[in-house]
Write a protein that binds this ligand. Structure first.
Ligand SMILES: Nc1ncnc2c1ncn2[C@@H]1O[C@H](COP(=O)(O)OP(=O)(O)OP(=O)(O)O)[C@@H](O)[C@H]1O
Ligand SMILES: [Mg+2]
Length: 258
């Protein structure tokens, strides 16, 4: 069974005038797939991800998670946002434990799980630090450990590496792929960065704005492990850049026409 089935999804925000954020989105995300959502700013990537996460309501269409309509948030779905959104007054460990705490998991078990996932993201030894004592990249790692701690089937990630420096970003991408290869959870990952998209994805869905639609799909079947700068990956990258340019040209043409 597919992880997500989305049919005819639409989203309007009831502002004045209304914002048509998404329209006629059809997509299927298979179990274990790494799908990247890419597109210009404002095309509805975050809105789509939030609808998959059950954090926002849709206005049209159907969204199924493992065959059942999405209704509110679900323990089987972990979410990572652009800023790690850690609680500043909690230690790293207590931040990572939070989902388990909500579930009523006993202290010892929570501690063990937090330790395990902090180790997996390379933060062993930082359990007792507070978020302000970590670098931006380390905070993102803690955010990922928190999402993993409840052992979700799916990770939804909204520009998780957008706020870190280039070298850290490359390291985090590598680490995320290693985690994905171990657990084979379904990942839906939002980015603006075409290089990041082709390095990570099995499939890139390119969204166009006003309202957001799936403009094109690119299957990235380059073998793994991939090497950044490989000629075949660069070729895929330029194919996607071309499509992005066409989206921008189309948007410009629509703006000048009466
Ligand atoms: N709560 C809201 N009320 C009204 N309009 C909204 C709301 N949230 C988002 N929008 C609008 O919906 C559209 C899609 O927004 P969204 O944040 O999903 O885009 P995005 O692709 O994630 O952009 P970015 O790449 O800049 O993060 C935008 O035009 C935005 O202004
Ligand atoms: Mg966004």
């Amino acid at each position: 069974m597919a992880t997500f089935e989305v049919r005819g999804l639409g989203k309007q925000f009831p502002t004045n005038p209304p914002v048509y954020a998404l329209d006629g989105i059809d997509l299927t995300i298979e179990e274990g797939e790494f799908v990247v959502l890419l597109g210009p700013s404002g095309c509805g990537k975050s809105t789509l991800l939030e609808i998959l996460a059950g954090l926002q309501d849709k206005t049209q269409g159907e969204v199924l998670f493992e065959g059942k309509p999405v209704q509110g948030t679900d323990d089987r779905i972990g979410v990572v946002f652009q800023d790690a959104s850690l609680y500043p007054w909690r230690t790293v460990q207590r931040n990572v434990e939070i989902g388990l705490e909500f579930r009523g998991v006993a202290k010892g078990e929570r501690r063990e799980a937090a330790g395990k996932y902090l180790t997996q993201v390379g933060l062993a030894g930082f359990e007792r630090k507070y978020p302000h004592q970590l670098s931006g990249g380390m905070r993102q790692r803690a955010g990922i450990a928190r999402a993993l701690a409840t052992e979700p089937d799916v990770l939804l990630m909204d520009e998780p590496f957008g706020a870190v420096d280039h070298l850290t970003r490359i390291q985090l991408q590598r680490d995320l792929l290693a985690l994905w290869e171990t657990h084979r959870r379904t990942v839906v990952f939002v980015t603006h960065d075409v290089g990041e998209a082709v390095y990570l994805a099995d499939r890139v869905l390119l969204l166009s704005p006003r309202p957001g639609r799936v403009f094109r799909e690119f299957v990235i079947d380059e073998p793994r492990p991939r090497r950044r700068g490989d000629i075949s990956l660069l070729a895929r990258e330029s194919e996607i850049y071309e499509a992005l340019t066409r989206i921008e040209e189309q948007a410009d043409a629509e703006e000048v026409s009466p």
